[in-house]
Design a protein around this ligand. Sequence first.
Ligand code: AFP
Length: 345
Amino acid sequence: MPMQDLQNSFKRDGVAADLQTVITALLNVTKEISLAVRQGALAGVLGSAQVENVQGETQKKLDVIANDLLTAALRENSHVRALASEEEEHSVALFNSGKYIVAFDPLDGSSNIDINGQIGTIFTMYPALDNVASDSPAQFFQPGKNQLCAGYVLYGASTLLVLTNGGPTRCFTLDPHSNEWVLTNGQLQVPQNTEEFSINMANQRFWGDNFKRYIADLLLGETGVRGKRFNMRWNAAMVGDVHRVLTRGGIFMYPNDSRNPRQPAKLRLLYEANPMAMLIENAGGKACSEATNKIQRILEITPASLHQRVSVVLGSANEVDICNTYLFKRDQQAEPVLVENDEAY
Ligand code: AFP
């Protein structure tokens, strides 16, 4: 019975009943967002909200609507200790008795809203910390491997939910007739190899030399050392690019660059990189970030601030490994050391 698909998934993964209510409350809001997105101009939700968010980005009307709906729904759930949003400067304390904290990017890919492009809601949930005040951002300073739930809802040709609770990464399709989530892929599996890369090439002159070399060899294709031709895709919405990688493989990259020396990375750790990293790893892929003198597994990074940004290389495991060998070929000999807990990985 489709209406049970999500509950059956929770049961298979041993998701606690109270956490199920938090996930369901959030997903019910994404059904409303999906309706607003599909109505577009008819619902008066396109265009700019004429205000800037904490990221210094001009908010779209739908950013504000999605953020307000998600925040309002979670405020009603007594199991939520605190929430954090891309659109909120500070974390918001809710119930001191709550066992979970929730973070989300209410509408990833906002620049695609007015062109009917792919956009989505990315979300993640952790156990609340009892030794930290509910209103402290430190509630969210947990490594991504602590996530109890990670997922996104992709508002595309169909509305898809991709979710992991520590078990397989599963895909559900929203049935427009019943308005229920129907399980359509019980185990997404990222192919180990790929011929498809995803990056914003406009930033090429701002990348580090090692990364430039990696991309240059992809572009040389069968005429260069890689010995095969590559193709490129870039959605300008992480949620759309990651969904393609989860569906057919690929490597998605947003490396550090020199445009703003104070902020070399673009993507946010808490509500973009970490949930995507958990989804990718639980589908057999890899998700790494380039830090000083080491390549880190994204899920090992402990955030030091709510909106901390990190570089991201994720996708087909063997291709991520090849990219990492370029990132640390200082003397053309050194092999990278992929660290976990500061030990050889
Ligand atoms: P917006 O939500 O502001 O459109 O940003 C989307 C995003 O954070 C991520 O989803 C994309 O991969 C990335 O930014 C696109 O960045 P560029 O516009 O620099 O390509």
